[in-house]
Design a protein around this ligand. Structure first.
Ligand code: HPA
Length: 344
């Protein structure tokens, strides 16, 4: 018996013939491509054909359909806030403290938010904040979800869909990354100008949610040029060492071998990490403008391989948090000032 992953669920592909009863056909053809028959059983239909019916295993984040969970969670959060956020901020490993300037109205532990995944890794604080930053209403996450934690692309991007539902138009992401460009130094902040998705996954696989975005979203300008410019100007003004480059997103969690580092450099990657690409794909699909800042926590040189430990990575990221805070604050201030520029 084989297992497939659909909409965040692990589902057994079993008994497909046995369950193709006319009654189920009728239900299935009238409804969605994937749904629950009972609390424990779901059906899967692709191109009008029932692919199978099987047991739901809770590798994902719940039993209800993904879309319903997004609506439910967004409604829950909406009932606790009085201003819709316009800007979303998502911080990566060791970077949660870069949100210190937010004037917090309300905060939630991830574990207390219905349907929300929880952070399972160090240096991800697991808090969702709502408040004001430089005069703009923001939603901010201290900690993200990764494929290497066992989360599906749907789980990893669940917060992005929540932000979309709450009205977020601009997404600012941060992460910790290994530097590949020989000009980079530990502690540099790299503005991502493009990415290479090497995770082997994509959050848009499966039936397209037309109300969220189009089937084949354009990725030729995934990282917004105006936001990149704002971040560059901020860095220059504040005297922060900034770089611009291409980020390669891997699944992890094992770090790169020297041969993999050589390969990544050959294909044009300038930094590497285990996050971000799924979130950016969902955000672009959802019509958001994206800015992403990587903290270069270590340098990967295939000719001089040196071990990178999570403790060192976290320590460098934590030291960079105040610089990121400066950039994020200034960019948000710049977005506000440049309203005529259609940034919002
Ligand atoms: N590789 C992958 N992810 C990372 C690295 C790295 O070298 N440094 C920080 N996050």
């Amino acid at each position: 018996m084989s297992t497939i992953s659909l909409g965040g669920y692990q589902v057994d592909r079993l008994k497909s013939e046995a369950f193709c009863q006319p009654s189920i056909w009728i239900v299935a053809t009238c409804l969605y491509d994937f749904g629950c028959l009972t609390e424990k059983q779901c059906w899967i239909m692709i191109s009008g054909q029932i692919l199978g019916v099987g047991e739901i295993r809770l590798g994902g984040i719940g039993m209800k359909s993904y879309k319903l969970r997004v609506v439910e969670t967004a409604e829950y959060l909406k009932s606790h806030i009085n201003k819709s956020p316009e800007i979303g901020i998502l911080t990566g490993t060791g970077l949660g403290n870069s949100l210190g300037s937010i004037d917090i109205d309300i905060s939630f532990n991830y574990k207390n938010i219905p349907n929300f995944p929880v952070s399972t890794v160090q240096a991800h604080l697991g808090k969702l904040l709502f408040g004001g930053l430089n005069g703009k209403p923001v939603i901010a996450m201290q900690g993200r979800f990764h494929l290497y934690e066992g989360y599906s692309p749907a789980d990893v991007t669940f917060p992005i869909r929540i932000m979309q539902k709450l009205g977020v138009k601009i997404l600012i992401l941060t992460n910790a990354a290994g530097g590949l460009n020989p000009d980079f130094k530990v502690g540099d902040i790299m503005i991502i100008k493009d990415h290479i998705n090497l995770t082997g996954s994509n959050p848009l696989i499966g039936p397209n949610e037309d109300i969220w975005g189009i089937r084949f979203p354009d990725m030729s300008k995934a990282y917004d040029e105006k936001l990149v410019l704002l971040a560059e100007n901020t860095g220059a003004k504040a005297g922060i060492r900034m770089q611009k480059g291409v980020y390669a997103g891997l699944k992890g969690p094992s770090l790169e071998t020297p041969a993999e580092v050589r390969f990544l450099k050959t294909i044009g990657a300038e930094a590497v990490g285990f996050s971000t690409v799924q979130e950016v794909i969902s955000a672009v699909h959802g019509g958001m403008r994206v800015l992403c800042l990587s903290t270069i926590t270590n340098i990967n040189d295939p000719d001089k391989p040196a071990p990178a430990t999570i403790e060192e990575i976290i320590s460098v990221a934590e030291k960079a948090a105040p610089e990121l805070e400066t950039i994020i604050n200034d960019v948000v201030g710049g977005i506000k000032a440049r309203k005529g520029d259609n940034l919002l």
